[in-house]
Design a protein around this ligand. Structure first.
Ligand code: FAD
Length: 463
């Protein structure tokens, strides 16, 4: 290729790299493994570690040339979540110590959430993920970076049987008994496998973020969340402190609210300009953005020979969009269920389905599906409603809501917002239907509240 004047010469070739031959470390040559993991974010790396610990022959691939970078994330994780996944905070990546959160109404009223439930870290993902990779490799997994899945391999019966991958211009086949799609929000493993991964437009947030140094006027021990229609429609602005004057300053808005001049970045830039006292000595050291699925999950994250974890299965918290810990927890369940299926010699969708059943009934899914309804409910609230909520809600009640325990919240709503009664009723009915379908929890108290709503409605109609 001719060199372009003034630019460094580039070498471009479509010939396979001659140095790539089978060897002691994974190379771009056809290979067969027990478990192939596509995507090495937190979900894929925990899956790699957990499958390897069971003695399986595991290969993980990621299209990035460096794991963990560029991040598309505010990097907040909880103590409880890390401990559940057997990850010990390390000063190399656990940067900002968090002991609570401060929520701000449109006019600036502040409600603070504190307590052990709120403890956690703002991490440096590019080091965090390298450490997760180290743990996976030391447990026996092999990984390849700069290696992208470009197509799916299927067996004669149509079951997923690995991928065709590409490393620096060289394509090769990775055959696997079980393929884990941990390839994030852009997941192609799900689409190629024929799993329904398309979301409704109302279930996407558009996220945009600056990592900044020199922002002033916030307590470093709290996460800070700012609400309001002018701040972030159907979303919020955040400041996640990474310690020593560094913070992630970002925004998530409902994607369908985004339009030219009113994109997530436009809202964030306007909010920064309205707060010069915080930003006059600040500069941006990194810019990133991405879509955030806020739907709780795809309908069916397993198929014959394939399982999806993390963002690939849209396993996120539908209210705040957090998905690191959720991806890791789901990966732990997937590795256990997938391991049993492999040992039984049956990796059919039916054999893999207990993964999602366990996630939905005993793990984060039990909470996130209710939070999805709560998000729809909250999207109907106006700035005025948020101001009044700031007056009546305390940190404890907000934490209950965050953990999908709603009775106190609903009682307060009915007492202070009788005009919201029809909406509250709709919400409770939706949750009830869901619970009936799953027949798993005692909602007697909510039944009682529903009766109260009916009474309030009748009284309103009579007045
Ligand atoms: C602006 C923003 C802020 C956020 N803040 C937070 C937060 O503070 N806390 C939190 O918990 N969550 C947050 N999230 C969400 C969080 O980043 C994700 O939920 C989390 O990263 C999901 O992990 P994962 O392992 O499923 O996928 P990812 O971390 O997205 O990893 C997927 C990997 O797959 C690789 N890949 C994709 N396609 C291929 C392919 N074809 N072949 C090979 N490799 C492939 C990618 O390179 C990537 O490394 C935020 C998201 C955004 C956008």
């Amino acid at each position: 290729m001719p060199a372009v004047a003034g630019t460094p010469a580039l070498t471009v070739t479509d010939k396979p790299l001659v140095s790539l031959k089978p060897g002691t470390i994974p190379r771009a040559v056809d290979t067969t493994v027990d478990v192939l993991i596509v995507g090495l974010g937190p979900g894929g790396l925990i899956a790699a570690r957990e499958f390897a610990k069971q003695g399986f022959n595991v290969l993980g691939i990621d299209r990035k040339q460096e794991l963990g970078w560029p991040k598309r994330c505010a990097e907040g994780v909880s103590d409880e979540g890390l401990a559940h996944c057997g990850v010990k905070p390390d000063p190399a990546w656990a940067y900002g110590r968090i002991e609570g959160a401060a929520l701000y109404s449109p006019s600036g009223k502040r409600v603070v959430l504190e307590g052990a439930d709120t403890y956690g870290w703002v991490v440096e993902r590019k080091i965090f993920e390298k450490h997760l990779a180290r743990d996976a490799i030391l447990a026996g997994a092999k990984i390849m970076v700069k290696t992208q899945a470009v197509n799916l391999l299927k067996d004669q019966a149509g079951a997923v049987a690995g991928v065709r991958a590409e490393f620096m211009g060289t394509q090769f086949n990775i055959r696997a008994k079980l393929t884990i799609g941990a390839d994030g929000i852009d997941s192609f493993i799900g689409k190629w496998s024929g799993l329904k991964t398309l979301n409704r437009v109302r279930d996407y947030h558009s996220g945009f973020q600056y990592e900044m140094v020199g922002v002033a006027g916030y307590e470093e021990k709290w996460l800070h969340l700012y609400f309001g229609e002018d701040v972030a429609p159907k979303g919020y602005v955040w400041i996640f402190p990474k310690g020593e004057g560094v913070s992630n300053v970002g925004i998530g808005i409902l994607a369908k609210e985004s339009e030219w001049g009113n994109r997530a970045q436009d809202y964030l830039d306007r909010w920064i300009e309205r707060n010069p006292q915080m930003f006059q000595n600040a500069s941006i050291t990194e810019i990133n953005g991405s879509g955030i699925p806020v739907s709780a999950r795809v309908p069916e994250p397993v198929g014959d020979g394939v399982m999806l974890v993390g963002d690939a299965a849209q396993l996120v918290n539908p209210i705040h969009g957090g998905g690191i810990i959720i991806a890791m927890r789901a990966a732990m369940i997937a590795a256990r269920v997938g391991g049993e299926a492999l040992r039984a010699g049956d990796v059919s969708a039916a054999k893999l389905r207990p993964y999602i059943v366990e996630y939905q009934t005993k793990d984060e899914g039990a909470v996130t599906e209710k939070l999805l309804r709560m998000r729809y409910f909250m999207e109907n609230l106006t700035d005025r409603d948020f101001e009044r909520l700031a007056d009546i809600l305390d940190g404890t009640t907000i934490m209950e809501v965050a953990n999908a325990r709603f009775p106190t919240f609903i009682k307060l709503l009915l007492k202070h917002f009788p005009k919201l009664a029809p909406l509250v009723r709709k919400y409770i009915m939706a949750v009830q239907q869901m619970e009936e379908a799953k027949a798993q929890r005692d909602w007697d108290e909510v039944d009682q509240l529903l009766a109260n709503v009916e009474k309030t409605l009748a009284e309103q109609a009579a007045a």
